[in-house]
Design a protein around this ligand. Structure first.
Ligand code: ADP
Ligand code: MG
Ligand code: ZN
Length: 489
């Protein structure tokens, strides 16, 4: 087998908590489990007391349907909850309510973009279930023990399962990122992977290049960052190809990603579906989705990222890259459009440049990833209109913007306070130009002798004299006029 070329096959299972106020089958609140005190949101239902009954959270179903529609899934009129039986200390009922044979939605598609090329990845199914609690493993003077926190037990969860359509770690990452972006657009999930609200499992197998069947896969559990997703898949591809090249076989297994050592470790033999003894949940009726309900959810869907990016290119004449940056987050895209509306006289491309360039630059210094702009769109539009009207120059506007972010004061106030109003009056500027030329006779002579590059130096001197307030275009015109006249003498 050595020398043989392999192709990687990857399918992803994604667990996304659904951002509802209450849990999937009871009225306990959904708390930020990284912040709340343990076991603050627990009731007889989600702690699995006998005699309690689950009630489906309508909002969770609605948000799940939003995702299914956005992925272009078929949505059967009836889906069925099922019990997935297994014992785990953070699963107090001894089973998880999930959906099995009849999921909420099937046959969707998610387009990914890798190296500028778009490619569809099929989505096999989308189903509803409930999250488990959380265990914390302790080791101290009392010995080894585990703490159980049920705040997360029963939180609505959406599982989104792809077909094995991805061929590289980069594609898997692109799929993960595209899904996260859509979940955020739909306001179904914050995408905050550090908080564990969005979790990935990657199934990886290899097959000889050109073959059509599927090889034996391993499943990498609980990947909590895009880096982990990508690195762990790369590692698994390497590990499996080494095995196959040596003539050994891949064993179907569940593996875990050791973040620190960047290797996968075997957790357990892969469980089979039969092991879970799935059966229809007797305490819940089949979930019926009426055509009217579905239609109303569909009509309330927001414009999705790719459509919005294309519209930004066409309607505002933006470059694809800028349109992509501005539509990465719905809130940023909304902001851009609000500024464009409020500053109708400023070309949209200019607005885009100011946001992705100067504004992002200033915000980056303070935060990191930009999801929110702490400056009202109207205020920002005011500033851009001052620039457009020639009342302040670009350099001054950058200073004003920084100060707006810092102080929260309106542009007009800062411009007045700092005396930044641009001076475009040619007569006023001519006095500064003359002053610079008079004070630097040696440089003037050098210029006249052919050192043309000194023009920029003169320009800089005039701008400095004006404390940055001179209109650069007028300064250039006046300066060139004066030097031309000197040449003629
Ligand atoms: P399970 O739920 O037991 O993990 P599924 O059949 O539901 O099994 O598949 C889970 C995921 O594994 C899906 O995303 C699917 O695309 C992917 N998958 C299935 N077979 C393979 C394979 N041979 N190689 C890579 N991915 C696979
Ligand atoms: Mg699986
Ligand atoms: Zn509860």
């Amino acid at each position: 087998m050595s020398g043989m070329e392999f192709e990687a096959i990857i399918g992803l299972e994604v667990h996304a908590e659904i951002a509802t106020r209450s849990k999937m089958f009871c009225s306990c609140p959904v708390l930020d489990t990284t912040q709340a005190e343990p076991n603050q949101a627990v009731c007889p239902v989600c702690s699995g007391m006998p005699g309690t009954l689950p009630v489906v959270n309508r909002r969770a179903v609605e948000l799940g349907l939003r995702v299914a529609l956005a992925l272009g899934c078929d949505i059967p009129p009836v889906s069925v909850f099922a019990r997935k039986n297994y014992f785990y200390p953070d699963l107090p009922k001894g089973y998880q309510i999930s959906q099995y044979r009849y999921p909420l939605a099937v046959n969707g598609v998610l387009e990914i973009a890798v190296d500028g090329e778009r490619r569809p990845i099929r989505v096999r199914r989308v189903h509803l279930e409930e999250d488990t609690g959380k265990l914390t493993h302790m080791q101290d003077e009392h010995g080894a023990y585990s703490l159980v926190d049920l705040n997360r037990a029963g939180v609505p969860l959406l599982e989104i399962v792809s077909e094995p359509d991805m061929r590289s770690a980069a594609e898997a990452r692109a799929y993960g990122e595209a899904l996260r972006q859509i979940l955020r657009y739909l306001q179904v999930n914050s995408g905050d992977m550090q908080k564990g609200v969005l979790r990935f499992e990657a199934n990886v197998s290899l097959r000889p290049k050109g073959a059509t069947g599927l090889g034996t896969r391993t499943e990498i559990k609980n990947l909590n960052s895009f880096r982990a997703l990508e690195r762990s898949i790369e590692y698994e591809i390497e590990r499996q190809s080494a095995l196959l090249r040596r003539g050994e076989t891949v064993i179907q297994q569940t593996v875990g990603w050791d973040e620190a050592r960047e290797i996968t470790l075997v957790q357990r033999g892969k469980e089979e579906e039969d092991d879970y003894r799935y059966f229809p949940e007797p305490d819940l009726p089949p979930l019926v989705i009426s055509a009217e309900w579905l239609a109303s959810i569909r009509s309330a869907l927001p414009e999705l990222p790719h459509a919005r990016q294309q519209r930004f290119e066409q309607a505002y004449g933006l470059r694809p890259y800028d349109a992509g940056v501005l539509t990465a987050e719905a809130e940023i895209a909304d902001y851009f459009e609000a500024v464009v509306r409020a500053a109708a006289d400023v070309p949209p491309r200019q607005v885009a440049n100011w946001i992705t360039g100067e504004l992002f630059g200033l915000l980056n210094r303070q935060e990191g990833r930009i999801t929110h702009i702490p400056l009202p769109a109207d205020e920002f539009a005011h500033l851009l209109r001052f620039v457009q009207a020639g009342e302040i120059n670009t350099a001054a506007a950058k200073r004003v913007l920084a100060e707006m972010l810092e102080s929260g004061d309106p542009a007009a106030e800062i411009i007045a306070r700092r005396g930044l109003r641009q001076i475009s009056d040619a007569d006023a500027l001519a006095a500064w130009v003359d002053q610079v030329l008079n004070e630097n006779p040696a440089e003037v002579q050098a210029y006249l002798d052919g050192k043309e590059g000194l023009l920029n130096w003169f320009f800089g001197q005039v701008m400095r004299l004006s404390k940055g307030k001179a209109d650069p275009q007028v300064v250039r015109r006046v300066l060139e006029g004066r030097l031309q006249a000197l040449k003629g003498e």
